[in-house]
Design a protein around this ligand. Structure first.
Ligand code: NAD
Length: 285
């Protein structure tokens, strides 16, 4: 049984990126991320803090733009268009969720795909569906899952991969990335009949739902790799995933802890996307 250690693997990614950023600085290129935060959602504030820390570790410059909850979709788009045109910025990140009065798809659509380091625009999502060759700015959480599988040399090709959750930012793109790597992919969701019949077949089981205890040990195949993407807050304030970690730990071949699994990998992959965007904007291979 192996723990898939997202803190260790993300640390290695960040160290390599710091070297890469230093090399870019030598040729007077300074990767810079613009972060747009609307309101003061505590979860968003905590995610932003982690991203800011990773920027500091890698030498990526950071500028944050804070707005009140009552900002309009049009005003946000105006800001994004200014950032698109500003050559000193290489990445633009709009921290989600946005308040109800803002129409999120329109805001995301306004981001120049070249600077879309979250990989949420239709252009970058569409591109990543083609093949691994076109995953330059793939969404960070699915990318983080793939990096973990690669690091621990978990075979994907020909495996039965089951993804629980079909959101546009995690489940769907992760299913596509597994398919790009020749897994046989099943994507489950809230309307899936008999979830356990699918999860029990999985060599690789990825869960991105947001419901603690959804996946119990009897739903997992012996020796499976279980990737728990869920982040849930317990009553005592601590975090847990969507799987019953203690019981599955006895049975699975690999499992990600929450916290310390996919979370830090997501942040590291965001940093990687900023560096990729910077290099592509500057025509550096
Ligand atoms: P979402 O709410 O957009 O989607 C939830 C998905 O779960 C949907 O596809 C829904 O159909 C499915 N679902 C709900 N109940 C189900 C059930 N009983 N059985 C099967 N499927 C069910 O969520 P999201 O944005 O994809 O996030 C999912 C989870 O992943 C959340 O806990 C979120 O906090 C976490 N997350 C973690 C990271 C990270 O870096 N680790 C990043 C993004 C999201």
């Amino acid at each position: 049984m192996k723990i898939l250690d997202g803190i260790k693997v993300s640390g290695e990614i960040l160290r390599k990126l710091a070297d890469e950023v230093s090399r870019l600085n030598l040729v007077h290129i300074h990767p810079k991320l613009a972060v747009i935060l609307v309101g003061k959602n505590p979860a968003s504030l905590s995610y932003i803090k982690q991203k800011q820390k990773a920027c500091a570790r890698t030498g990526i410059e950071w500028e944050q733009f804070d707005y009140e909850e009552d900002i309009t979709t049009e005003k946000l788009i105006e800001k994004i268009e200014a950032l698109n045109a500003d050559e000193t910025f290489h990445g633009i990140l709009v921290q989600l969720p946005l308040p109800k009065n803002v129409y999120t798809p329109k805001v995301i659509k306004a981001i120049d795909p070249k600077k879309d380091v979250d990989g949420f625009t239709a252009y970058n999502l569409g591109k990543m569906f083609l093949s691994t060759e076109f995953e330059h700015l793939a969404p960070c959480t699915p990318k983080g899952v793939i990096r973990l599988l690669e690091y621990y040399q978990i075979p994907v090709k020909g495996s039965e991969a089951v993804v629980v959750g079909h959101s546009n930012i995690v489940g769907k793109p992760l299913s596509a990335m597994l398919l790009n790597r020749d897994a046989t992919v099943t994507t489950c969701h809230i309307h899936t009949k008999d979830l356990a019949s699918h999860t029990k077949r999985a060599d690789i089981l990825c869960v991105a739902v947001g419901k603690p205890g959804l996946i119990t040990a009897d739903m997992v195949k012996d020796g499976a790799a279980v990737i728990d993407i869920g982040i849930n807050k317990k009553k005592d304030g601590s975090l847990c995933g969507d799987t019953d970690f203690d019981e599955i730990f006895k049975k699975a071949g690999y499992i990600t802890p929450v916290p310390g699994g996919v979370g830090p990998m997501t942040v590291a992959c965001l940093m990687e996307n900023v560096v990729t965007a910077t290099k592509r904007i500057n025509n550096i291979p």
